[in-house]
Design a protein around this ligand. Structure first.
Ligand code: HAM
Length: 436
């Protein structure tokens, strides 16, 4: 075993994975621009209080998962690595007086987050999110815009079977009555609850709803849901959101017990799951409305709504569904019958690259058979075989996946490759299908 390894819960993203992440970041940038969400970058660490106040003192994230940092020479953990982006973005909104900008302020960021959790598949100590926020609009149309955007990202990545779980968790006017009903119900089972959940029941009862403990989950099966407690304003907001989503033809799954793991939410709360894979562990992303958060940072009340998608989990699902396989591979590799004619191969590859086709070239002076083996190993869709036909301006275009081959004019090669590759490839929705 090597002496040094990446810290537990972190991973090196080697070229295959890094390519997938890069592509997702590109899709995120393209969609942010398309929907009018402007980029923002906040520091990787903040005053711990930003997270304690924003996310909530009695949450897993703050109680157990903050990577706290001490300045040299200090005896106090004043800072913490960011476990999520929303609190920092709201801190920046207030600090820079963004309430004077035209509202809502639409912001997006893509980058690493840090949570000291027990590592397992899809749960890391350093993970990546695409985080999108709209601050300054009370909704509900903007809630629908964001939900549709989150689903659009997943669709553009090419991942299938993703379901939207949606709930309203009320607001300061109606939630207290629901919490009282929940506490009354859970109190009957207090002895059966594990110590953590008993602590939660007293300190922050809603958190019990996102327990990871199977016994508590079974007890919760019959617990009251918030639906019956929503006040007229929250009910209207939710009904209108449902109507907007219906108009956008976004299918939803009502999840009456969904509360999210952070305290700042009001009204709209949602999560994305692979169909049939529910449970806190496997959410591909989540978000909701946080109308009270900006106020906690000392500014006047300003509504907000947003989401974050878990890039690592979406990448895992993409790999499972075979979507990631075509990412980052050359569309074609140029090979040739004359091992020594590396100049001809390099010249044709350069010409195709200039036209925007991701092209490899076999530049070793080896036999054609070996060159073709290399092209297949690289995962190229096509091999362009240069032979005697080149004198007549033609090459053989071999489809390595279909095992077919035909003569093509060099002048038509770019168009032919783009057409054949685009019709084959999935998950691509922009207009440059060959630019991998
Ligand atoms: P969150 O639900 O805590 O929400 O995280 C969003 C997503 O990040 C999760 O659904 C999951 O896919 C991914 N994620 C969370 N923890 C890990 C981990 N340890 N390893 C891998 N992936 C993980 C938020 O962070 C909110 N700030 C979302 C938001 C934005 N709400 C409003 N605006």
């Amino acid at each position: 075993m090597p002496k040094f390894q990446a810290p537990r819960g972190t991973r090196d993203l080697l070229p295959a994975d890094a390519t997938t992440y890069r592509r997702m970041s590109d899709i995120a940038s393209r969609l942010s621009e398309l929907y009018g969400y402007r980029p923002i970058e906040t520091p990787m660490f903040e005053d711990s209080a930003v997270f304690e106040r924003g996310i909530g003192e009695v949450t897993d994230i703050v109680e157990k998962e903050l990577f706290r940092i001490r300045s040299p020479g200090s005896d106090e953990d004043r800072w913490a690595l960011r476990p999520e982006a929303t609190a920092g973005i709201c801190r920046a909104f207030v600090e820079h007086g963004m309430h004077t900008l035209p509202q809502p302020v639409r912001l997006a960021t893509f980058g690493p987050m840090f949570r000291y959790d027990r590592p397992q598949a899809g749960r890391y100590r350093q993970f990546y999110q695409w985080n999108v926020e709209a601050i300054g609009d009370a909704g509900p149309a903007i809630d629908a815009e964001l939900i549709e955007l989150a689903l659009r990202f997943v669709r553009d990545v090419g991942v299938q079977d993703v379901e939207l779980h949606l709930n309203s968790i009320g607001d300061a006017a109606c939630r207290p009555a629901y919490i009282a009903a929940l506490v009354e119900y859970l109190a009957k089972y207090e002895d059966a609850l594990p110590p953590t959940e008993r602590h939660r029941l007293r300190a922050n009862p809603l958190r019990v709803l996102d327990t990871r403990d199977a016994r508590t989950q079974a007890i919760l099966d019959d617990a009251p849901t918030i639906d019956a407690f929503l006040c007229p304003a929250c009910r209207d907001h939710f009904d209108s959101l449902l109507a907007h989503l219906d108009r956008l033809e976004v299918p939803i799954h009502r999840a009456p017990r969904l509360v999210r793991g952070l305290d700042y939410y009001t009204r709209t709360a949602f999560e994305l799951y692979q169909r049939g894979a529910e449970g806190q562990q496997s959410a591909l992303g989540g978000g909701g409305r946080y109308d009270g958060l900006i106020e906690l940072f000392g500014a006047r009340p300003t509504p907000g709504v947003g989401f974050a998608l878990g890039i690592d989990r979406i990448a895992m699902l993409a790999a499972k569904q075979g979507v990631a396989e075509s990412i980052g591979k050359p569309v074609a590799v140029v090979v040739g019958a004359d091992p020594a004619a590396t100049d001809v191969r390099l010249a044709l590859a350069t010409q195709l690259r200039a036209a925007g086709v991701a092209t490899g070239a076999d530049l070793a002076p080896r036999k054609l058979g070996r060159q073709l083996e290399g092209a297949a190993r690289e995962g190229a869709h096509f091999a362009i075989v240069i032979g005697d036909e080149l004198e007549a301006g033609q090459v053989q275009l071999r489809d390595l996946e279909a095992g077919t081959q035909r003569l093509v004019n060099v002048a038509d090669l770019v168009r032919e490759l783009q057409r054949a590759h685009a019709s084959h490839r999935h998950g691509e929705s922009d207009t440059s299908p060959t630019a991998t």
